[in-house]
Design a protein around this ligand. Structure first.
Ligand SMILES: [Zn+2]
Length: 251
């Protein structure tokens, strides 16, 4: 059931026949884990909270720094030095008081990561390093939880969805193998603020589609954003039958 204030708050998306009341109820019942509350996690958390996702689990070990504010729009001057999960909880609570929050104020690893992933319906990887991405992917494959993955550096971004519930879906490791990604981070190479906003918004949109149950998700496809030339490209990504993470010989 949706209360009158919920019908009003979400009216513009309930108007979409693809969402409707049923989709809104599915969002209300949904739980999503956001790993990383930086440039990608900011729009992801704001849009999922605004859209009425019932429960968000937030993970970040870092504190808000002045150099974050160029792109991490979830945080502001009043949060400098505060844990990002605390800053995020305050902002999201002010936006959506009914939102249920679980905060992980540390880097999730091992059993804690496995438990955090198993406790949700969907994971959004908004982290900024390869080791975390690999660990989150392995936990999602093990728990059969879909993963919406985004990355941005300099003027280049990418988004994809890995859904272990589908037999045809690749996983993150099928795509990147052993560290195929640029080892640089944004603190070394730089990144444009609106680009992480764009990639994070695409991740939020994919998450809403999966949670409400509409549209064609980016499964088996890698969407590449070239912000310098203002171009989008798409690559097919196939499942690797010999993948050590999602293949039949996975450890
Ligand atoms: Zn794989």
């Amino acid at each position: 059931m949706l209360a009158d204030d919920e019908l009003l708050r979400y009216s513009r998306q309930i108007l979409l026949p693809q969402i409707d009341i049923q989709g809104q109820l599915r969002l209300k019942a949904a739980r999503a884990l956001i790993v990383g509350l930086g440039g990608l996690g900011s729009p992801v958390a704001l849009y999922l909270a605004a859209a009425g996702v019932g429960e968000l689990h937030l993970a970040d070990f870092d504190q808000v720094d002045l150099s974050n504010l160029q792109r991490q729009v979830l945080h502001d001057m009043s949060a400098l030095g505060q844990a990002k999960v605390e800053s995020a909880a305050a902002r999201l609570g002010a936006l959506a008081p009914a939102l249920r929050l679980t905060l992980h104020r540390r880097a999730l690893e091992g059993h804690a990561l496995a438990a955090a992933v198993a406790a949700v319906d969907l994971v959004l990887d908004c982290s900024d390093n390869f080791a975390t991405r690999e660990a989150v992917n392995a936990a999602c494959v093990a728990a059969r939880v879909p993963l919406v993955s985004g990355a941005a550096i300099r003027l280049e971004g990418q988004v994809s969805v890995f859904d272990p519930r589908r037999a045809d879906s690749p996983c993150y490791h099928c795509l990147y193998g052993q560290g195929g990604e640029d080892a640089l981070t944004c603190s070394e190479a730089g990144v444009a603020g609106p680009l992480v906003g764009l990639v994070g918004s695409l991740q939020a949109l994919e998450a809403l589609k999966l949670l409400a149950g509409f549209g064609d998700p980016l499964v088996g496809r890698l969407l590449l954003v070239d912000a310098f030339a203002s171009r989008f490209r798409e690559l097919k990504v196939r499942r690797d039958p010999a993948c050590p993470v999602c293949g039949p010989h996975a450890q």
